[in-house]
Design a protein around this ligand. Structure first.
Ligand SMILES: [Zn+2]
Length: 202
């Protein structure tokens, strides 16, 4: 299964395919079908009719919650500078297991800033998995806990600070935790960038 992913809030009901309107209330059901986590966004009518009572009994049921649909902003507002969230999205898009530790650190940072909320925490094939929601867009981020040792944690935090500072340009830019110590001596400016800092505008 694809362990980490982003599932955006749907623009229409999964069941009846009727488009959501701005500020419309809807219900999200999260199911684990072994291949992936599946998200269903349902309008009030379909929820009441077919899903509400049965959701919890459905095979692979993980979680359900109610949300409010917000129409997407005009395209020009979407363009934003690199920050912890945009970096996290890029790392997940790369879908390179190499970035799992960095993605985890970014998700923790975003949660502390209340820019992501934990919806669910579960164990899957021996790994801890967090389901985060971006409250504004309603996107769901599935993040694997890499179970970092303390010494690895420091190295990954340094990598993340470097990525926030310089952006993700080349593939596999995050150095492996073992070789990160060597990089510290080479790039002392990385120490100045604490992981809690936002990236500077380019
Ligand atoms: Zn519907």
């Amino acid at each position: 299964m694809n362990d980490w992913n982003i599932q955006s809030r749907a623009h229409a009901c999964t069941a009846c395919e009727k488009p959501f309107t701005d500020k419309q209330s809807f219900h999200t059901v999260l199911l684990d079908d072994r291949a992936a986590f599946r998200r269903h966004d349902l309008c009030e009518g379909c929820w009441q009719h077919d899903f509400g009572s049965a959701a919890r009994d459905q095979k692979g049921f993980i979680s359900q919650w109610q949300g409010t649909y917000e129409a997407p902003p005009p395209p020009e507002e979407v363009v934003a500078k690199e920050n912890a969230e945009s970096l996290l999205r890029k790392l997940i898009e790369r879908n390179d297991p190499h970035y799992i530790p960095a993605a985890y650190i970014l998700a923790v940072m975003l949660e502390r800033k209340r820019l992501l909320k934990v919806k669910e925490q579960l164990n899957r094939d021996g790994e801890r998995v967090f389901i985060y929601e971006q409250p504004r867009t309603g996107d769901i981020f599935t993040i694997v806990d890499p179970a970092l040792q303390l010494n690895q944690l420091v190295a990954v935090q340094r990598d993340v600070a470097h990525l926030l500072e310089h952006g993700l340009t080349r593939p596999s830019e995050v150095v492996p935790a073992e070789s990160a110590t060597a990089e510290v001596t080479a790039t002392p400016e990385a120490e100045a960038a604490a992981p809690a800092e936002e990236s500077k505008p380019a």
